[in-house]
Write a protein that binds this ligand. Structure first.
Ligand code: 13P
Ligand code: SF4
Length: 302
């Protein structure tokens, strides 16, 4: 494995490439990644890199977002199968239908959406800035898509606006049930429960902290508590356990895994860099409209 890691690092240097990895990736990928984090952090890193090639170890919409932010750079996704099942739940036609049933209302899309969908929304958000983004609109009603649970969680946090949500969801996070939290709390009475806002509301209601993947990791590292029940994808638990040996992290239940995030291996990354594949491109007109939606978010998130 070390030989492969060295070869990837050499290729990165030769080609002036940067590797961005989401924290749900196979943990070995951190050994070659320049930046590891949540979707907001990775899009901020993509926006400011001066590399010629961006290799995205993440899901399709993340690579697409990087391409929209950096149209002159080559953006590579090692395995094309790595789509986000939630992003694929809303097409442009479904978005248009949703908007036409609720006319004249500002539309916020989660970054987990396609470029086409972003191109017809007012602003985009991630799980770490959703409350701030929605608040910035000063609206009493918004449309939120595709994640119904993130939308409802934002509504609860703000309390003074109505969030009309599209019925999309993350199949991985929806496997977590309130009974799982209750069971884990009985087993580990001193542990804090940290959950991702893509979880069902009945789960986030029972958590001590709700936040993005980076938010959860930061909270756990900074807390003076020693034991944490983690209600999100397994990659977060793997990294927390590796980097914080004096603390204990318990995955809420077995197999909370996003299969699409786990496609990329070190060999795929090597092949992708060597052959400069698979290149992600976005239609220019769609990209320029989607860029407005993403740029507005980055501006508010500064
Ligand atoms: P983060 O923005 O927290 O990284 O979440 C992205 C995601 O797809 C979670 O399922
Ligand atoms: Fe998409 Fe869910 Fe996987 Fe995140 S965990 S990338 S929302 S399918």
């Amino acid at each position: 494995m070390n030989e492969l890691i060295d070869k990837i690092k050499k290729l990165k240097k030769e080609k002036n490439a940067v590797i961005l990895a989401h924290c749900y990736q196979n943990e070995e990928i951190d050994k070659v990644a320049d930046y590891v984090g949540d979707s907001l952090y990775l899009s901020q890193m993509a926006a400011k890199t001066d590399a010629d090639i961006i290799l995205f170890a993440g899901v399709y919409f993340m690579a697409q977002t990087a391409k929209i932010l950096c149209p002159d750079k080559k953006v590579l996704l090692p395995r094309l199968e790595s789509g986000c099942r939630m992003a694929d739940m809303i097409s442009l036609n479904q978005l248009r239908e949703f908007k036409s049933k609720n006319p004249g209302i500002p539309t916020v899309c989660y970054i987990n959406s396609t470029a086409e969908v972003k191109s017809e929304c007012d602003i985009c958000c991630t799980s770490s800035n959703a409350v701030k983004i929605v608040k910035s609109l000063n609206a009493d009603k918004i449309l939120f898509l595709p994640d119904t649970y993130l939308g409802k969680w934002v509504e609860e946090q703000l309390g003074n606006l109505e969030v009309i949500t599209y019925p999309g969801f993350c199949p991985t996070h929806l496997q977590i049930r309130p009974e799982d939290i209750e069971k884990a709390r009985k087993e580990y009475p001193n542990a804090l429960v940290l959950a991702h806002p893509e979880c069902h509301q009945s789960v986030t209601k029972l958590a001590d902290y709700v936040g993005s993947t980076t938010g959860i990791m930061k909270y756990a590292v900074e807390s003076d508590k020693k034991q944490f029940i983690i209600a999100t994808e397994k990659g977060v638990v793997d990294r927390l356990t590796r980097d914080n040996t004096e603390k204990e992290f318990i995955l809420i239940k077995e197999n909370i895994v996003c299969p699409n995030m786990k496609w990329h291996t070190l060999i795929d990354i090597y092949n992708a860099l060597e052959n400069e594949e698979h290149e992600i491109n976005v239609d220019e007109e769609i990209a320029s409209k989607a860029l407005c939606c993403i740029d507005r978010m980055l501006e508010v998130s500064k």
